[in-house]
Design a protein around this ligand. Structure first.
Ligand SMILES: NC(=O)C1=CN([C@@H]2O[C@H](COP(=O)(O)OP(=O)(O)OC[C@H]3O[C@@H](n4cnc5c(N)ncnc54)[C@H](O)[C@@H]3O)[C@@H](O)[C@H]2O)C=CC1
Ligand SMILES: CC(=O)C(=O)O
Ligand SMILES: [Mg+2]
Length: 603
């Protein structure tokens, strides 16, 4: 059934009014006939009005009846629901890929309708265009490939990137998501097949942040792959060579960043799913030169911090008690370390004591508890390594079960990429920890890599827990009408707002202050009543609203730091004089909304 804006929250009525003022004005297309029908940006399928059919050479190329946008929408949803019915009982992966295909076909054909159905049905469609299905799509990308989307820069393109960047047909690009495919979700090195991730992230940018889809650019940097299976796969579409390393690798990324910056100096670049060593190295290398951030390190950290603060509130305590929480982080990669350093900084700010800020945090990796006795201790993990003298009863490399039994944590947070590491014994040990309301964050993606399922968490750790996972799970029915609430702790709650706020402020860089503002905005979004029910994050149905709020917070932080250079007609002074409400309105006004624009001037 057609519904103009099918958002759940009543908070959004103001959003609707603002959307209507964001509708773009008339535009003129320079194409004619089938060229228009084959251009997903301009194509309206059967929706072309008769005047446009006449004046754009479309008469006779379409069935005669003009179908309204609303009717097209309903037709698509009907076919989607028929597909759901017809695939009932088939394996989950078959159903998921069938759903992805039907959406992808629409994306290829008619972007306006695609983004409208995506926005209006974001709760149902995010799991298809984003995690978990996007993981399956990446794994099967070479077989699923029909037509390219985005740009591909490979190690063979060295020296050519500056001219290649001008091959992109759009004159303006605002938002780029870039991967080298080396750590796609928890699925490892997927080489060129990782392009599905920038595509999915940018779909979220359009749906959540209202970035104009004509101004997005998904990018794959193909520097080879170390995935032997892919190298031997005859369908594999990427370079058949081992990954570049060291300076050779960095010179490719450098060349790409220079090329992008030359053509689109104001574009925001999001680094996504780089293996840890390059995630940290590139962030460090570029963050003071370009407007960029690493979503896995920085976006994830803010979402996790908001969730951790929420779980402290869910215990009925004041936020001032947050530093007393004992938190076990499982996974010392780019995401785990990003979360840990942000959470430790938050404790240091609250207590005013840097030296002791990490004392209630415990970090484990594949070799168990990380202590200062660890051989070849990674410098990035070193600040969180425990001093063996201060952890009586625990040793270097202690297992997760041993750590949970000994530490009796309040929070177990997984970013290990390993499905099931929060096993029955670990969850039962957590139940016995004596924590008022233990919190479990099984943040690894996709679903099969989650550290535990929602059902297992409530079953073994107790009905009183707070639960969040990186990929969506259904709420758990606990019996007697009681429901175990499942949160989705995913960086999707922040990266669209970080990108949007940076863009519309015209920020030169993305600073820790801007990221902190984003996290604080998300953390303060939920009411006490919601938090008491174990609801830590807003419904994904209100993602556009939360993204506008986050974007405005990021903008204000950029202004406060003197980094906002303005955007379009709005200069830095104007930004600096906006009230809080005005910044939110300004951000909303800059959001694109999918509706057919006239393609010819009215006579
Ligand atoms: N929910 C969200 O928003 C996000 C989730 N993630 C997920 O986090 C996971 C990890 O991502 P990265 O940190 O970038 O990966 P990474 O490969 O850099 O790090 C993985 C870490 O987990 C550790 N590990 C592996 N097996 C383990 C085990 N059995 N027990 C304890 N630790 C173990 C490794 O030693 C390593 O320290 C992925 O599944 C990814 O999808 C990442 C970013 C955001
Ligand atoms: C969500 C995300 O960015 C990841 O799993 O890598
Ligand atoms: Mg990621």
């Amino acid at each position: 059934m057609w519904n103009l804006t099918r958002f759940a929250s009543s908070r959004l009525s103001r959003t609707r009014r603002l959307f209507s003022s964001a509708i773009p004005g008339p535009c003129i297309v320079h194409k004619r006939g089938t060229d228009i029908l084959h251009d997903p940006w301009f194509n309206k399928d059967t929706g072309f009005p008769l005047t446009e059919r006449d004046r754009l050479g479309l008469r006779g190329l379409l069935p005669p009846r003009v179908i309204s946008f609303e009717h097209q929408y309903d037709r698509f949803m009907d076919s989607y629901h028929s597909l759901e019915k017809n695939t009932k009982g088939q394996p989950d992966s078959v159903v998921a890929l069938a759903k992805w295909r039907i959406l992808n076909r629409l994306h290829d054909r008619n972007e306006t309708l695609y983004y409208r159905v995506l926005m209006d049905n974001i709760k149902d469609f995010a799991p298809i265009i984003y995690t978990p299905t996007v993981g399956l799509v990446c794994q099967n990308y070479s077989g699923l490939f029909r037509r390219p989307r985005g740009m591909y820069f490979s190690a063979k393109d060295k020296g050519e990137m500056m001219s290649m960047i001008y091959n992109w047909p759009a004159q303006h690009v605002d938002m780029i998501v870039l991967t080298d495919g080396s750590r796609i979700l928890g699925l490892g090195d997927l080489g060129v097949q990782g392009i599905g991730i920038p595509i999915g992230k940018l779909d979220m940018y359009v749906a959540a942040a209202g970035i104009n889809p004509q101004r997005i650019l998904p990018v794959m940097l193909d520097v080879g792959t170390n995935n032997q299976k892919l190298l031997e796969d005859r369908l594999y579409l990427g370079l058949r060579q081992p990954r570049l390393e060291g300076e050779e690798y960095l010179s490719v990324v450098d060349e790409f960043m220079e090329a992008v910056h030359t053509r689109w100096p104001k574009a925001v670049v999001q680094f996504e799913d780089f293996q840890m060593k390059w995630a940290f190295e590139t962030l460090d290398r570029y963050r003071k030169r370009f407007c960029m951030f690493n979503d896995d390190i920085q976006g994830t950290a803010g979402v996790a911090l908001a969730g951790l603060l929420g779980s402290a509130r869910a215990q009925g305590r004041s936020l001032a008690n947050f530093p007393d929480q004992k938190i076990v982080v499982v996974g010392a990669g780019s995401a785990g370390l990003g979360v840990l350093s942000t959470a430790v900084q938050a404790v240091a700010r609250m207590t005013g004591k840097q030296e002791t800020a990490a004392q209630n945090f415990y970090l484990l990796d594949k070799d168990g508890l990380i202590t200062k006795e660890r051989k070849n201790l990674d410098p990035a993990a070193a600040p969180f390594a425990k001093d063996p003298g201060q952890i009586v009863g625990l040793r270097e490399g202690a297992s997760l079960l041993e750590v949970v039994k000994k530490v009796k944590p309040d929070v177990l947070l997984g970013l290990s990429g390993v499905g099931g590491v929060f096993n029955e014994e670990v969850l039962k040990a957590l139940r016995e920890s004596g924590a008022t309301r233990p919190a479990i964050f099984a943040m690894s993606n996709p679903t099969m890599n989650a550290e535990c399922t929602a059902a297992d968490a409530f079953k073994h750790a107790g009905e009183n827990i707070v639960f969040a996972s990186g990929s969506p799970f259904e709420n758990v029915q606990l019996g007697n009408g009681k429901v175990g609430y499942v949160n989705q702790a995913n960086n999707m709650y922040l990266f669209p707002g970080i990108g949007l706020g940076s863009l519309v402020s015209g920020a030169r860089f993305i600073t820790d202050g801007m990221l902190q503002a984003a996290a604080e905005c998300l953390a303060s979004y939920m009411s006490d009543e919601e938090i008491q029910k174990g609801i830590l994050y807003p419904s994904i149905n209100s993602i556009r609203h939360i993204t506008a709020e986050v974007g405005a917070s990021v903008l204000r932080a950029a202004v406060a730091e003197g980094l906002a250079e303005g955007h379009g007609e709005v200069g830095p002074n104007e930004l600096a004089h906006m009230s809080k409400e005005e910044t939110v309105e300004y951000v909303f006004r800059n959001m694109w909304f999918p509706i057919y624009s006239p393609l010819v001037h009215e006579k």
